[in-house]
Design a protein around this ligand. Structure first.
Ligand code: ZN
Length: 216
């Protein structure tokens, strides 16, 4: 692209602020994915021998409900036992439900969540009486790893903002501090009593400061 003087101009996505935001968002989504992958691979949730972080029964379990959407159009029975194992960035929830006749555990669901602070990927498996004609479904008993859109968006934004703070926060703070102290925002030169409207050190134009004169 060229402007009216025939000089090359950058397309909109390559202009400073847009490019910075794009780079921050791309880096943010990469960090969020990397955290999810690391917790998936190394969280140690596979070791079932460890005690559950939460293990509740009866009404308390029913109140927590199934950890993911049930694969059937009609509701599953109430949860009768609900357990959770959680470590940094990863948690597994297993719920068991009695059959409508109350005689046996006939439903089970196991969901694993990976990512920090919000889960980015989820893997759910279901167990139900497959051979009961009343509970046939085309849904698969294993979802595989699926993306959690809300987690992807929130984690990406959080990591992008954190990255922005690390990269640009000190510079922004310095800019405000220098302006407050009546110093040149570019080079820090003391502008107390300056009337030229320009920093004598680096030539930066000085912002008018009508309400406040030089602090000591
Ligand atoms: Zn200056």
């Amino acid at each position: 692209m060229r402007n009216e003087h025939g000089q090359a101009i950058a397309p909109w996505f390559a202009t400073g602020p847009v490019l910075i935001v794009l780079c921050l968002l791309i880096t943010g989504v990469l960090i969020a994915s990397a955290v999810a992958l690391v917790t998936y691979r190394y969280s140690g949730l596979g070791q079932r021998s460890t005690a559950a972080t939460v293990n509740v029964f009866g009404a308390e379990a029913a109140a927590r409900g199934w950890p993911a959407r049930t694969p059937h159009a009609k509701p599953w029975p109430n949860v009768t036992q609900w357990s959770e194992w959680s470590v940094f960035g990863a948690r597994r929830r297993i719920a068991w439900g009695a059959a409508p006749d109350g005689r046996s555990t006939s439903r089970q669901m196991e969901s694993e969540f990976y990512g920090w602070p919000m889960p980015v990927v989820v893997h759910t498996q279901f167990w139900w009486p497959w051979n009961d004609p009343a509970w046939t479904t085309a849904a698969k008993p294993d979802t595989g790893l699926t993306l959690e859109p809300v987690g992807v968006i929130i984690d990406t934004l959080l990591f992008s903002v954190a990255l922005w703070l690390v990269l640009f926060g000190p510079g922004v703070l310095r800019w405000f501090w220098r302006r407050h102290r009546r110093r040149c925002t570019e080079c820090g030169y003391n502008l107390t009593g300056n009337v030229s409207g320009r920093c004598p050190e680096c030539g930066t134009a000085i912002e008018a400061h009508p309400t406040r004169d030089a602090p000591s």
